[in-house]
Design a protein around this ligand. Structure first.
Ligand code: UD2
Length: 329
């Protein structure tokens, strides 16, 4: 929706201080909506809120999504809620392996309760941050939405917890439209490079900018589908702000969000060296346990139903990420 078009709405964003959540808040504010952000800073960073914290239409609550009555409380303070964008989660795969019960409590049970609260309050759209991890390890590419099912062998509680939440969201019928966006490897500005489990692009860009060698785990021939953060935000907005009068486009469902292209990790490393004008200084270490070999999204469904297309190619997105990392470093 272009700026100034359509009714202005109040949107809740959980995980507002996260990498993707903060970009989504900024976009919704730029579209002139009111944004109620929620985050408990478990993995989000307060500084991610800085660019818009003082915006007159942004309201922030330091709360956990596991608190019962969260949405009714926000409704009482901020009035009718049009959309809930639910991005808050346990996002670390290794953490989920160490804390499976907490992962299901946060990623699955809290989502089910938020869904029920949203429905009772007459919220129109509920958009959930699904994940490519819901597919487990599969040989056949590209991955289409039906490739995750009850027979999937998930590699982590993270993947399984996201799958069951996706199923609950996407099977919603009635007034509440539920959409799960199964995002592939998201990258871009504000992605934290400093955790050992950070995304490969944020780590490689950080290493290249600091003129340190890039470390590849394994032979580097594993492939991923990289999608730029503002393209992901486009998908959230298309899913969450759909014209409420048009029932045909308001069906619940699950959609992959990726570029539809596979890039090997070694090609990625070389490209980042070239774009940062560094010599190709690449080292190879042992394969990371639990790594999947290949991942690529089939994006036919989201293209057809939501008319979404990735707009930022890998080279362009990397250049923007490098520029941000240089500026913030
Ligand atoms: C992504 C998601 C994860 C989960 C998973 C499901 C991110 C950041 N993580 O994990 O949350 O959804 O998909 O499959 O999107 N690598 C290196 N050197 C490094 C860092 C990584 O070679 O310094 C390799 C790593 O071994 C892997 C590839 O790069 O083969 C991508 O790693 P990643 O951690 O960015 O993402 P992935 O796909 O494992």
């Amino acid at each position: 929706m272009a700026k100034g078009q359509g009714p202005l709405r109040t949107c809740v964003v959980t995980g507002a201080a996260g990498f993707v959540g903060s970009h989504l808040c900024e976009r919704l504010l730029s579209l002139e909506h009111t944004v109620v952000g929620v985050d408990n800073f478990f993995s989000g960073h307060p500084e991610n809120l800085n660019p818009f914290a003082a915006h007159p239409r942004f309201f922030f609550h330091e709360r956990s999504v596991t608190e019962p009555g969260l949405l009714p409380g926000l409704r009482a303070q901020h009035g009718a809620l049009f959309a809930v964008f639910h991005l808050a989660a346990i996002v670390s795969v290794p953490y989920s392996l160490e804390h499976p019960a907490e992962t299901f409590q946060v990623n699955t049970q809290a989502t089910l309760r938020l869904l029920e609260e949203a429905e009772a309050l007459g919220v129109r759209t509920f958009v959930f941050a699904g994940s490519a991890a819901e597919y487990g390890d599969r040989d056949r590419m590209p991955l289409s939405e039906t490739d995750a099912n009850e027979d999937t062998r998930w590699l982590s509680p993270y993947g399984e917890s996201k799958y069951w939440a996706t199923m609950a969201v996407a099977s919603r019928r009635g007034n509440l439209c539920g959409v799960s966006l199964r995002c592939f490897n998201i990258y871009g500005p504000r992605q934290d490079p400093f955790s050992p489990y950070s995304g490969v692009i944020s780590r490689f860009v950080d290493m290249a900018v600091a003129q340190r060698p890039l470390t590849i785990f394994g032979d580097g021939l594993q492939t991923r589908d990289f999608v730029y953060v503002t393209d992901v935000v486009d998908a959230y907005c298309l899913a969450g702000l759909r014209d409420e009068e048009n029932e045909a486009t308001r069906l619940s469902g699950v959609f992959n969000v990726g570029s539809g292209r596979a890039t090997s990790i070694v090609d990625l490393a070389r490209l980042i060296c070239r774009l940062t004008q560094q010599p190709e200084s690449i080292t190879f270490g042992p394969e990371r346990p639990g790594d999947i070999r290949h991942s690529r999204a089939d994006i036919e469904a989201i293209t057809r139903v939501l008319h979404w297309m990735p707009r930022i190619g890998l080279e362009d997105g990397l250049a923007r990420t490098i520029q941000w990392m240089r500026g913030s470093g």
